[in-house]
Design a protein around this ligand. Sequence first.
Ligand code: NAD
Ligand code: ZN
Length: 345
Amino acid sequence: MLDRKLPAFLEAVACDRLFVVCDEVVSELHTSLVTRLREALGSHTFLTLPATESEKTTNRLAELWSWLADEGATRHSVLILIGGGALLDLGGFAAATYMRGIRTVNVPTTLLAMVDASVGGKTGIDYHGIKNLVGAFHAPLEVFVDTSFLSTLPIEELLSGYGEVIKHATLMGKEAWQEILRIGDPAGLMDDEWEALIAKSVAYKSSIVEADPTERGLRRILNVGHTVGHALEAYSHTNTFRRALPHGEAVVFGLLIESYITSLIKGTDRTYIRQLMHLARELYAPFFYTCKDYPELLRLMRHDKKNTSGKIVLMGILEPGKVEAIELEGEEKIKEGLDFLRETF
Ligand code: NAD
Ligand code: ZN
């Protein structure tokens, strides 16, 4: 499919040369698909790169700029990016900055990249020890999802991406949320079921991003679960004796804690929290932290980009489909939320 659809799309795009950058793990695991695709693309220049979070660096960025320059890429060239979120972020930023911007086409190969990183035009690298510190908005011309890539994805990566599917369904409303509850564990989904589920998730994120491309207002609702989720994720990576939380999994724990805090403040019904807790227990291994870690978790939350005037702000879920920004007075409610997860999960 991909080896027919992508070349057909490119035929209608005016460009002088094609450049392809592929995650080296994907190139090894999906040799026959990548080879078929390369044959179908005809003349192009190809590069494989290691692509994980630790590769979103200025060195790798410079390597891509040099490669494009040495191989003669012009402003009329198109860069095709095949890989997970790390490769799309890095390659997208190289394209955004090379000659003030060349066009890209995304081929996401992880679930997280399919439903999240490839949609919305955010690109960037990590710098100065801070994730995504330097970047640009640079939307791809098109995104091609091929669910056959998912067959080689480690289950932990699949379930991490599923955290963002859960987040989107929560924001979409009752019907989408009920579908997530019906699915339960997604590991056994067939290709066509994945396609339908991913298409809905992507359509939802696209609709929000189109309404607010540079995150001035509406797009902030996509940050549900992320105020607390990011803190848990960062914390789990610096405390190496504990389990490192994949991003999407941290977002699910963030959704649980933030929804609980919202229910404390707004007095909302807890049905969604009970249902999500049940699902999280089925999908994710326990993650523990102890009371003495709260100052560090709160410090990490205070660094969140949404915060205003030193107060922690979270996007509170009142129920599936209903979200409201909540500025927190003090830290007590957050501590209660953290207690809730520690004692209940
Ligand atoms: P990733 O890109 O780091 O990939 C994880 C691992 O899976 C890597 O080792 C990769 O080589 C491998 N891999 C990729 N495809 C595979 C496949 N089909 N089978 C087996 N292995 C495969 O992880 P990710 O979760 O896709 O992306 C995380 C990154 O995405 C982070 O850097 C995050 O900041 C970024 N992100 C960006 C946005 C955005 O809007 N730009 C949104 C969410 C996340
Ligand atoms: Zn996220």
